[in-house]
Design a protein around this ligand. Sequence first.
Ligand SMILES: C[S@@+](CC[C@H](N)C(=O)[O-])C[C@H]1O[C@@H](n2cnc3c(N)ncnc32)[C@H](O)[C@@H]1O
Ligand code: SF4
Length: 410
Amino acid sequence: MPSALPDGEPVPADGALPASALAGAADRPLGFYLHVPYCATRCGYCDFNTYTATELRGTGGVLASRDNYAETLADEIRLARKALGDDPRPVRTVFVGGGTPTLLAAGDLVRMLGAIREEFGLAPDAEVTTEANPESVDPAYLAELRAGGFNRISFGMQSARQHVLKVLDRTHTPGRPEACVAEARAAGFDHVNLDLIYGTPGESDDDWRASLDAATGANPDHVSAYALIVEEGTQLARRIRRGEVPMTDDDVHADRYLIAEEMLSRAGFSWYEVSNWATSEAGRCLHNELYWRGADWWGAGPGAHSHVGGVRWWNVKHPGAYASALAEGRSPGAGREVLSSEDRRVERILLELRLRDGVPLDLLRAEGRAAADRALSDGLLRPEPFAEGRAALTLRGRLLADAVVRDLVD
Ligand SMILES: C[S@@+](CC[C@H](N)C(=O)[O-])C[C@H]1O[C@@H](n2cnc3c(N)ncnc32)[C@H](O)[C@@H]1O
Ligand code: SF4
């Protein structure tokens, strides 16, 4: 099952926020993440908060059903409106993620977006994204999303090789994600992303090159490439433990990352975050940039996390418990915490160091600053930004980003 939530303090039944959360809000962009917790089947590597019909059967009754989901989620958006009071900000980004949002009817996704439009209004240049599984869309579905206001779509491609897709339990066929990009373009989507995974057991360097070739050949304007994480408690972790499939080692991950950087740059993509590349500034995912830069976002849906002005909270995980809370007019929030200035400093370093522009050196304390000096002389940080007061990773630094960040937060 998906990993557990932290404890935190209780969230008030009406979802009200402390006054401190809204101070200075007008200067920060506001985004919405809408979680759709349903999948047709569970991929063996995935520990996201998502449920198949079988997993939901007998737990949560009709309330947990996906038929009612758009309306339930709209209830949380109405609750957000009340909790944010007279906050006048229109919404700058909306990101529908999962699970598999495209298991719902396109009209349901459009209705969820409509609730945001009604309660908050959308900024004129709002970025509106949905994730989509390649096997779950067709041209008519994409046209309906586009007409309903979606302008960015992110397909879970993962690999171009059948044997790799099989280890990942993906149900689409090779070639389908590339066809999806063409269908999304034809439907008028401005921005299209492909998600890739590298380091799957049994994947070779050549398989990875083939995936990158297929992805860039399809002409998306954004590619995310993630090293496969073997999450405890997943089917994949059990298969590796039983010796049925081999574990990929860190050197292989590093080699695959270098291949990705080389092939994506050659195809006209530039990295702007360690795992993300875009063909232009306009192609970057503004919603993720809100997360990485500590802006405000409201995460609606089971298990979704939110952050507004230094207050972080998270919803109950099960779709049945989530729907029951909203049906009774209660916030689905399970717990929250008010971040201290030290929490916020550490979080900024963790997130901003992964960005191309890096993190201001003046956020570092003496030990972190000494570590940054060492990282510079070890070739892990770039000299020019450093001279201008920023710690920004080199290519070698990107390979070792987790270790560099651990030293800098001291
Ligand atoms: C949670 S999925 C949701 C989108 C959609 N259901 C899909 O699978 O394409 C978002 C992305 O996270 C990445 N992902 C999920 N689990 C991962 C893992 N264990 N290791 C690396 N990447 C992972 C995949 O690339 C996936 O496309
Ligand atoms: S389809 Fe996506 S969200 Fe669903 S189980 Fe697979 S990776 Fe996880």
